[in-house]
Design a protein around this ligand. Structure first.
Ligand SMILES: Cc1ncc(COP(=O)(O)O)c(C=O)c1O
Length: 469
């Protein structure tokens, strides 16, 4: 699933499996916190409610981008380990048992799925096994060398899995320690222990300043905008009503309420800068910034780029960024006023295509029947591994050009199109198809509209790789 996954969706999936007698097969919930775009979960609530449905669930929080958050007293509670510490303390209190007993009484013997979805579920502390893992790419947000990443473990049953855990690490990594990386992790740890709170406060301050300067600048704001909290997170996931970190009347009370209550919080250090109104797609704009202005980015979307503030930033970085955006905006102003009507029409059309005419992201469709245990069951799961290995057998695969009429015919009247590959366009950077997945009209429409050059798992000259029927 892309982006932040609403808690309701997770609960629905677990409750459905429970109703089908399949809940015992669910071992782990794996979520990315925060997402690349900055969506931060309410880690405590997600774990509490999931544990209320299955008390021995394991949680793997991918906090590759969020390691620094430990050094913000506000953000820490939204990290896996911050929430784990609170949960350990809260579940040990006698009130936790009373709360569970009272909720059980109120829910009655067989509460409906709707009631369970609408209730903030509390777990039974006597049944819960707290098993929480957090991956943390120290090198992404702190001062470690590339590959300086760690796994944090808070697992009451770790002693039973420790040897397998080490074996798994050695299977996937070199068995020879890399002293340079380990030393850099030590340096990063020491730096954060000594100066972390100040450095992170600085990174947060810098991001607020960048947001303010870009969105209030008389020329820059005509073409560029840092998207607000409301534009990044739908209202129903922002119970506090905090719409924008730049609201002039924002109070500490509201900020704290947002951190405590909102289902999703926007990591302030991640700024999505929309560039569609300047007529740039994300990749073109990224290349201009890199080639002409020596500003490096690593994430773009069709009409935006992602800016990040880090613990190393200074006010000079803000000044540089603003000057560059002023230069680019002034250049656009000149072209729009000095070039003729023809230029303005083309520019307006370009903006429309980037801002309004967006290809709709397709949701996961389903696996082909042959990769499902029970093709009549109302479930989405399938045997991706078998499909992946089936695709190794060339004789069982075929290719169809994306713009061919044959493809349209197959969509209309079969046989079903089944993907042999992971197909990952960048941007957005996550799979649009996985091995064994049925290819639908929605997916083909999206692929045909895509104008990005980097599509992993797809060779335009050959076409879509399919598993034969
Ligand atoms: C969400 C997410 N998780 C994990 C990783 C990989 O992290 P590492 O560099 O520690 O392997 C990335 C890398 O970009 C990422 O974006």
């Amino acid at each position: 699933m892309y982006g932040g996954v609403p808690l309701r969706t997770i609960k629905e999936a677990l409750l459905k499996l429970k109703a089908q007698g399949e809940l015992h097969r669910v071992k782990m919930v794996d979520l990315t916190n925060c997402t690349f775009d900055g969506h931060v979960y309410d880690t405590r609530r997600v774990m509490e409610e999931c544990l209320a449905i299955k008390p021995d669930l394991i949680f793997l929080w991918d906090e590759a981008w969020f390691g620094f958050a430990h050094w913000s007293p506000l953000l820490r509670q939204r990290t896996a380990m911050g929430a784990a510490a609170v949960l350990t303390e809260e579940l040990a209190k006698p009130e936790a048992v009373t709360a569970w007993e009272e909720q059980q009484k109120a829910l009655g013997d067989s509460p409906s799925e709707d009631v369970l979805l609408a209730t903030r579920l509390v777990p039974d502390p006597r049944a819960v096994r707290l098993r929480i893992y957090q991956t943390n790419s120290v090198h992404k947000s702190m001062s470690a060398l590339r590959q300086g990443s760690i796994v944090l473990v808070k697992d009451v049953d770790f002693e039973h899995v420790e040897s397998q855990f080490h074996e798994a690490v050695f299977t996937h990594a070199s068995t020879s320690p890399n002293q340079q990386i380990i030393a850099s992790l030590d340096v990063a740890r020491r730096q954060m222990q000594l100066e972390g709170y100040g450095l992170v406060a600085n990174a947060l301050q810098i991001s607020l300043e960048i947001r303010r300067q870009i969105n209030s600048h008389p020329i820059i704001s005509k073409y560029f905008k840092v998207l607000s909290n409301a534009e990044m997170i739908p209202d129903s996931f922002r119970q506090s009503g905090l719409d924008d970190y730049n609201d002039p009347d924002i109070s500490w009370g509201k900020a704290i309420q947002s951190i405590r209550d909102d289902e999703f919080l926007l990591d302030p250090t991640r700024m999505t800068l929309s560039c569609g109104h300047a007529g740039f797609d994300g990749t073109t704009f990224k290349n201009i910034l890199a080639e002409k202005f020596n500003i490096q980015l690593n994430k773009t979307s069709r009409n935006s780029i992602l800016l990040q503030s880090n613990i190393n930033n200074t006010r000079s970085d803000i000044a540089l960024l603003i000057r560059v955006l002023v230069d680019i905006a002034m250049d656009l102003e000149t072209k729009i006023t000095e070039n003729g009507e023809g230029y303005r029409t083309v520019f307006a059309q370009q903006v429309r295509e980037l801002v309004d005419d967006l290809p709709k992201l397709p949701n996961f469709s389903c696996f082909d029947d042959r990769y499902r245990e029970d093709a009549t069951a109302d479930t989405l799961h399938g045997d991706i591994r078998r499909a992946f290995y089936d695709a190794y057998k060339e004789a069982e695969c075929e290719y169809l050009a994306l713009d061919s009429q044959e493809l349209d015919k197959r969509l209309q009247s079969g046989p079903t199109l089944v993907s042999a590959n992971f197909v990952i366009p960048y941007p957005p950077g996550f799979p649009i198809m996985v091995p064994g997945q049925v290819i639908t009209q929605e997916i083909v429409d999206f692929m045909r509209k895509l104008d990005v050059k980097e599509i992993h798992g797809f060779n335009k000259a050959l076409g879509l790789k399919l598993l034969k029927r």
